[in-house]
Design a protein around this ligand. Structure first.
Ligand code: 5MM
Length: 345
């Protein structure tokens, strides 16, 4: 393992003013996204959508440091035959790849899931490296049960440990292959739980994660962490202010994430566009932490472009403008220079 080379890639992924575009929706997930705009999900429509994003040169060149791809996309060509990976590289953006194989029910824990994909991962990573991937992503899912539920309360310590152990083994394999692992332990924000519970569960999860990374010999200089922010469940009656979200998220991160980690790139997790941007901005305005804090957004970068596009070629330009705008706003947030007025203008 060449840790200096991994560190260089990781630093590029979180270069000030840039962040990551998560375009790694599996076929099922992108199908749901396309349903919302009444567009059929086919091999070609998925390619057209993603090609449109990767050809948005203003956003790609200036605000996107890396793109997380799905297995289909890393092998796919643009309509004119250019490999999509080459389009991405031509904007000086790093191609990355989602390598987990989704979640399944954790044995003995009917309310929890475990992320699959470790078998054969060493071989798949070699192939992805040859296809151009320089970083990878694995997402573990932690779900918080209803606050009134006593039987079957989640998460359990066993569920958290199983998932963080898998993240550690994935990360070690990535580094062995010369690929920077994005480690994504997502505490879901659906549900009725309050911000205290999200804070407690996220802190336990991140503590367990960094213990596992240490035990698996993962070099922290060569990873990127992709966590959730500390928020209340979407259905919780008490919704926190941006200041509270930012302060609590920074508190948890400072308590759990070693300074050797080059960067933290948040997921948006169902926050709307502006929430995802303004909360990241607030943290960077507060400052005083050792890592770069940026975005690795899926929905919060793509949603407005998706609604502008509507599956129609005639809306290509409008969709590119919408994507460029969100990329620019998040870029400003990654350096604490965003404002609502700029967003609306
Ligand atoms: C883009 O969505 C990714 C997962 O897709 P599948 O559920 O189909 O595997 C997801 O891991 C994503 O990269 C992160 O959750 C960040 O996306 P959001 O939309 O939460 O910012």
């Amino acid at each position: 393992m060449d840790i200096q080379a991994l560190n260089k890639i990781a630093l590029k992924m979180v270069e000030p003013g840039t962040g990551i575009l998560a375009a790694d929706e599996s076929t099922g997930t992108i199908g749901k996204r396309f349903e919302s705009i009444k567009t059929e999900s086919t091999y070609e429509s998925r390619r057209d959508w993603r090609e449109m994003l990767f050809r948005t040169s203003e956003a790609m060149k200036n605000h996107i440091s890396g793109v997380i791809l799905y297995d289909e996309t890393i092998r796919q060509n643009a309509a004119d035959g250019t490999p999509l990976v080459e389009l991405i590289k031509s904007t000086d953006t790093l191609p990355g790849i989602k390598v987990d194989m989704g979640t399944t029910q954790l044995a003995g824990r009917p309310q929890e899931t475990i992320t699959q994909g470790l078998d054969g991962l060493r071989e798949r990573l070699k192939e992805y490296y040859d296809l151009g991937a320089r970083f990878a992503k694995w997402r573990a899912v932690v779900e918080i049960s209803h606050p009134d539920q006593y039987v079957g309360t989640t998460p359990t310590i066993g569920g958290i440990k199983a998932n963080t152990h898998a993240l550690g083994r994935y990360a070690a394999l990535c580094q062995e292959a010369g690929i920077v692992p994005i480690v994504e332990p997502e505490v879901l924000m659906g549900g009725y739980h309050n911000i205290d519970r999200c804070q407690e569960v996220t802190e336990i999860t991140l503590n367990s994660l960094f213990t596992e990374l240490y035990e698996q010999g993962v070099k922290l200089e060569g990873i990127i962490l992709k966590p959730n922010m500390i928020v209340a469940g979407k259905k919780c009656a008490q919704q926190p202010s941006r200041e509270e979200i930012a302060e609590r998220t920074l508190k948890v991160l400072k308590n759990t994430v070693p300074a050797a980690v080059p960067g933290i790139a948040f997921l948006s997790g169902g926050q709307n566009n502006e929430e995802a941007t303004r909360n990241l901005d607030m943290m960077n305005k507060i400052g005083g932490f050792p890592w770069k804090l940026t975005y690795s957004y899926g929905r919060a970068l793509q949603q407005s472009a998706l609604f502008a596009w509507k599956g129609q070629e005639s809306n290509y330009k409008l969709a590119q403008e919408a994507f460029s705008h969100r990329a620019k706003m998040n870029s400003l947030a990654s350096t604490g220079e965003w404002s609502q007025d700029l967003d609306k203008s």
